[in-house]
Design a binder for this molecule. Structure first.
Ligand code: SF4
Length: 273
């Protein structure tokens, strides 16, 4: 096995939920999920992905006409977006980078994230800033819960460590100049914007480095324990490998904006409305 891994929020949360699941899914690359998702779940997932593509086209500068959107729900979301556009009041030099990825070294591995929309530019004092926007078609989540999510922590850490690469000359991008806004189709007039600080980044990055060390240890020992939290197994496609079929099943949480086509890595779970 190649020891250098590209770690996304999905791999990270998978490892923390169950090390055996991480091994089966990302190292042994066993197919996931093994059975088709319920039709309703598939539809919700597809609508979420289509909406993300619609906004990507919009921020690439392509004209979007409401009449050309066939799906009624996506039409509603688009209308909500146009009415409550969360991307406003920008400096004139701001650049739009939709569906943009960023990779930085993390210990022996690489940390990877892909932003729905990244805005970069310089503020009135000529200091570089970066602002990530993330579109959510599922249930709204409170700011406190968003703040501690690994998606949030990983996005902010990635930009603090590697965001200066977006400028032609290497310029430092201070953590205080990084923001992340979650915009929910179900609460379009109440986007949640989170800031960052040097102190938060120091603590956040230390924990990510600790995670990388823990992963190295697991790889070195080839030790992948089953989780003690059996509730994790209810959403897991690998029950049969662990003898945990008796725990029952639940539709896993899917995210419409899952990572792009890495080999053998299927979509996990949509966020159901
Ligand atoms: S069934 Fe449970 S123990 Fe087995 S890989 Fe899945 S989450 Fe881990």
């Amino acid at each position: 096995m190649e020891n250098r891994l590209t770690l996304s929020q999905y791999k990270l949360t998978s490892f923390l939920a169950c090390q055996r699941r991480f091994q089966l899914r990302y190292l042994r690359r066993l197919p996931w999920p093994t059975s088709p998702l319920p039709e309703r779940t598939e539809q919700v997932l597809q609508q979420g992905q289509d909406f993300h593509q619609l906004l990507e086209r919009h921020f690439l500068g392509l004209a979007i006409s409401q009449q050309t959107i066939e799906d009624g729900r996506i039409q509603q979301w688009w209308h909500a977006f146009k009415t409550h556009n969360p991307v406003q009041h920008l400096p004139p030099n701001a650049r739009f980078l939709p569906e943009t990825g960023l990779t930085v070294p993390l210990g022996n591995h690489l940390l990877y994230g892909r932003f729905d929309l990244l805005l970069i530019g310089e503020d009135a004092d000529s200091r570089p800033f970066a602002h990530v926007f993330d579109w959510k078609t599922g249930r709204p989540i409170a700011a406190d819960a968003l703040k501690i999510r690994w998606q949030t922590r990983l996005y902010l850490a990635l930009l603090a460590e590697g965001g200066s690469a977006f400028w032609p000359q290497t310029v430092p991008l201070a953590p205080e100049q990084i923001r992340l806004t979650y915009w929910f189709v179900q609460e379009p007039d109440a986007p949640v914007t989170l800031g960052y600080s040097a102190a938060e980044h120091t603590a956040n990055w230390a924990e990510l480095q600790q995670f990388a060390r823990q992963l190295d240890e697991a790889v070195a020992k080839d030790s992948w324990p089953l989780t003690d939290d059996w509730s994790q197994c209810r959403e897991c496609a690998y029950q049969i490998y662990c003898g945990r079929q008796g725990v029952g099943t639940a539709v896993p949480e899917l995210d419409e904006a899952e990572e792009p086509n890495l080999p053998n890595e299927q979509l996990l779970t949509p966020e159901l409305p």
